[in-house]
Design a protein around this ligand. Structure first.
Ligand code: OAD
Length: 273
C-alpha cells in the first residue's frame, strides 16, 4: 500500500489505473459530503443530542425509547442536507460518470450516505446502502409517506424536539426516516448491485468511509479477491487502508478533482475549455 499526500507528486501507476479504467466502482461514505458541511458520524454532536453519539440515535431501540428525540435529529439533518450543495468531489465523480458513459464505459456509485448530494451533482447512484433520509415510512405498517421539507434552519440545532407524525395509512404507527438503523437489514437490491459492481470493476475507489460499519465495509474486499486495484481517498487511515493499493490522503472535495484531472479523465479547468 502506498500513501500519497502530495498532490503534486501523484504516482504514474495510480494515474494510469484511473486513465485506463472503463468500469470503475465508487464506494462512498459520509466523508464525501463533509466538505459540503454535513458532519460525519464520528463527530461530536451539539444541542439536544450532545449527550448522544450518532450510533446511539440510529437504532430502533432509540426510536422506541424516545421517538421525538430521534425523529427531530433526522428531520434536522434533512434540513441541513437540503441547505447545502454538492462539493467538487461529488461533481468530479458525476462528470467522470458522464464521460465514461459517453465512451461506452460505466462508473457505478454505491453510497452509505442517506443524502442526495451525488444525485444533485448530476450523478446516477446505483444504490443507497443505508437508505434515504427523505424517504419516510410508517414504523408500524411500512406504508411510504410524503412529507413537506423540514422547517428547521439546518445551521442551528432546534431547541425542542417534535413528535413524529402519525401514519395516515394505518392510523396507528409513527412515521420514521427511510434510513437503515443498526441491527436492521440493508436493502438487499442495493447491496447486491454494489457487490456486483465491485466484482465486475476494473478499479475500486473507496471515498470518505471509516470502513467500520458492516456489511458495507466488506464490499471493497470483493475487489481484493479478484486482484482489482483499490484506491482510498480519505484524510485519515481507516479500517480498510491496509488492503488498499493506494491511499490518497486528503479531503475528497480537493483530491478527487485533482486526481481525475491529473489522470486526464477530466479536463483541467485551468485550460479554459
Ligand atoms: P464515518 O463517519 O464512520 O466516517 C467518515 C470518514 O470520512 C472517516 O474515515 C473520515 O476520515 C473521512 N473524512 C472526513 N472528512 C473527509 C473528507 N473531506 N473527504 C474524504 N473523507 C473524509 O462515515 P461512514 O463510514 O459513511 O450508518 O459511516 C458508515 C455508517 O455509519 C453510516 O452510513 C451510518 C453511520 O452510523 C447508519 O446509520 C446505519
Amino acid at each position: 500500500m502506498r500513501r500519497i499526500s502530495d498532490v503534486d507528486d501523484l504516482p504514474g501507476e495510480l494515474l494510469d489505473l484511473i486513465a485506463s479504467a472503463r468500469r470503475p466502482a465508487v464506494l462512498s461514505g459520509a466523508g464525501i459530503s463533509a466538505e459540503s458541511g454535513i458532519p460525519t458520524f464520528r463527530e461530536v454532536q451539539t444541542g439536544l443530542w450532545e449527550r448522544f453519539s450518532a450510533q446511539d440515535l440510529a437504532t430502533v431501540e432509540a426510536f422506541e425509547a424516545d421517538p421525538a428525540l430521534v425523529w427531530t435529529w433526522y428531520r434536522w439533518r434533512q434540513a441541513l442536507i437540503d441547505a447545502v450543495d454538492p462539493n467538487p468531489g461529488h461533481r468530479a465523480l458525476a462528470e467522470w460518470q458522464h464521460r465514461l458513459a459517453a465512451a461506452g464505459g460505466r462508473l457505478s456509485i454505491s453510497t452509505q450516505n442517506v443524502d442526495d448530494l451525488h444525485e444533485r451533482a448530476g450523478a446516477e447512484v446505483l444504490g443507497h446502502l443505508h437508505g434515504a433520509i427523505a424517504a419516510h415510512r410508517c414504523a408500524d405498517c411500512g406504508a411510504p409517506a410524503q412529507l413537506p421539507p423540514p422547517r428547521y434552519d439546518g445551521s442551528v440545532p432546534p431547541a425542542e424536539s417534535e413528535d413524529p407524525p402519525a401514519c395516515e395509512s394505518c392510523d396507528r404507527g409513527k412515521l420514521r426516516p427511510g434510513v437503515v438503523w443498526f441491527g436492521e437489514m440493508l436493502p438487499m437490491e442495493a447491496f447486491e448491485a454494489a457487490a456486483e459492481s465491485v466484482r465486475s470493476a476494473d478499479l475500486v475507489l473507496v471515498v470518505g468511509t471509516s470502513g467500520i460499519v458492516q456489511p458495507a465495509a466488506s464490499l471493497p474486499l470483493l475487489a481484493l479477491e479478484r486482484g482489482t486495484a483499490l484506491v482510498e481517498v480519505n484524510p485519515e487511515d481507516t479500517e480498510l487502508t491496509e488492503v488498499m493499493d493506494f491511499a490518497v490522503r486528503g479531503g475528497s472535495g480537493e483530491m478527487l478533482p485533482h486526481l481525475l484531472t491529473a489522470a486526464g479523465v477530466l479536463e483541467d479547468p485551468q485550460d479554459g475549455h
